[in-house]
Design a protein around this ligand. Structure first.
Ligand SMILES: Nc1ncnc2c1ncn2[C@@H]1O[C@H](COP(=O)(O)OP(=O)(O)OP(=O)(O)O)[C@@H](O)[C@H]1O
Ligand SMILES: [Mg+2]
Length: 408
């Protein structure tokens, strides 16, 4: 018997699967949260200043992950060639990364994004009528792509593109995420370019400074040679000696400028190497005397402090050549520089000559030389000691390292 019509169940349209819809919403929510996390990670990387290539690679990797896409690439626009270079990416073969060039015309999705600044989504590349699908995407079986512009410093750097072989839709939210990632990269690009410019300016300035030191050194050398020439022209022996001493002082300052342009550092010099140069010059200008410089390398001091130390050494060596070995009996003069822990630099000038006069007192010598030495020592916060040895005399300058350290 047939069931009466009023007791029959109504025929209703099947309702959409609420459980499936819920899962889809949850999945999409998880994806947005992950995308936010990724943007945070990229921001930290960009701020940390990781090397640019690394940042490009990480952006491609994280962006692909955030979009659930198997492929992503950073394409740099090469204005000279009017095309894109695949700078880095994920999913692409080694023959593509760093090598492949793609058209940047308005008919290509990436070219459109670059030229208009508008993001482009193609969820059905096989049916795409607005754009020409690049051959590379066809070759890799890409079904959908999303492109956003990558701003650089003033002009666009290129395009950030994610591609997928799977079915699905890139959405407006995905554009926001991808554009966010591209903006982080854009900030890093801008910063990197600024840093490069700054570095170039610093290098140029250093070059100019070195050039100046070179010229100053040459000019001082000319002055020193002229003084020497004068000294060798005959006349009063006293005047000749004074001229030679003046020439040595000028030459020592020239040496300091030489050491500045020969080395990377401008504000400091290697006092050991510098002193050895100065001793060599002194030996050449003190006939009959051997001036031996024994100074280790690697102690850097502020340039002006180094010059003061050299001027002190010059006065002491000149005195030794003048008084320790009277007449023709010339001998050796040793200049010894030593670092003494914990905070002391010792400069000794030792001769094996006649020794100091009985009434010699550092503070009370009539000559100008010792007064210069004392004044320079004071400016270094250093102490000068003089002592008579079994044979000859010894002057020692004890300098606190902290008062000659280069500015950090
Ligand atoms: N190494 C030395 N051996 C012997 N005597 C020295 C030595 N060093 C200095 N003296 C003595 O100390 C004195 C003072 O030296 P100081 O350098 O002040 O003057 P100067 O050399 O005579 O003149 P100036 O340096 O102005 O040309 C010298 O006149 C000399 O008698
Ligand atoms: Mg003197």
């Amino acid at each position: 018997m047939a069931t009466p019509p009023d007791t029959q169940k109504p025929v209703v349209e099947p309702s959409p699967d609420p459980a499936g819809q819920f899962e889809e919403t949850l999945r999409s929510l998880h994806m947005r949260v992950r995308q936010q996390e990724i943007l945070g990670e990229l921001g930290v990387l960009a701020l940390k200043g990781v090397p640019f290539e690394e940042l490009l690679g990480e952006t491609a990797r994280l962006t692909a992950a955030g979009l659930g896409a198997e492929f992503c690439k950073v394409m740099e626009y090469l204005p000279g060639e009017k095309c894109f270079l695949v700078r880095t990416g994920v999913g692409w073969g080694n023959d593509i990364i760093g090598k492949a060039r793609l058209g940047a015309d308005l008919e290509s999705p990436a070219g459109f994004a670059l030229r208009t600044g508008k993001a482009v989504i193609s969820n059905h590349l096989e049916n795409e009528e607005r754009f020409r699908t690049p051959e590379l995407l066809v070759r890799y079986g890409i079904r959908r792509a999303i492109n956003v512009i990558l701003q650089g410093d003033g002009s666009p750097f290129g395009v950030l593109e994610a591609d997928a072989r799977t079915e699905g839709d890139f959405t407006q939210d995905d554009i926001s995420f991808l554009q966010g990632a591209a903006n982080m990269l854009g900030m890093a690009i801008e910063r990197q370019r600024n840093e490069r410019r700054l570095q170039a300016a610093i290098e140029r300035q250093e070059l100019l400074l070195k050039e100046i030191h070179h010229r100053v050194k040459n000019s001082l050398q000319i002055v020193a040679s002229m003084l020497n020439l004068h000294a060798n022209q005959g006349g009063n022996e006293e005047v000749r000696r004074e001229l030679r001493e003046a020439s040595n002082r000028v030459l020592a300052i020239a040496r300091a400028h030489e050491s500045l342009y020969k080395n990377h550092e401008i504000g400091s010099l290697d006092i050991g190497a510098y002193l050895r140069d100065v001793c060599r010059d002194l030996g050449a200008s003190a006939p009959g005397c051997i001036v031996r410089g024994d100074a280790p390398e690697g102690i850097r001091v502020a340039t002006d402090r180094g010059i003061s130390i050299a001027l002190i050494a010059i006065e002491l060596v000149t005195n030794a050549a003048k008084y320790a070995y009277p007449g023709d009996a010339k001998g050796t003069i040793r200049v010894i520089l030593e670092k003494q822990e914990p905070d002391l630099l010792s400069l000794k000038v030792i001769d094996e000559g006649v020794g100091l006069p009985q009434d010699f007192e550092l503070e009370k010598t009539p000559g100008l030389g010792m007064r210069i030495v004392m004044a320079l020592a004071q400016s270094l916060n250093a102490k000068l000691f003089a002592k008579v040895r079994d044979q000859g005399s010894e002057f020692e300058l004890r300098i606190p390292l902290r008062s000659i350290a280069p500015a950090s």
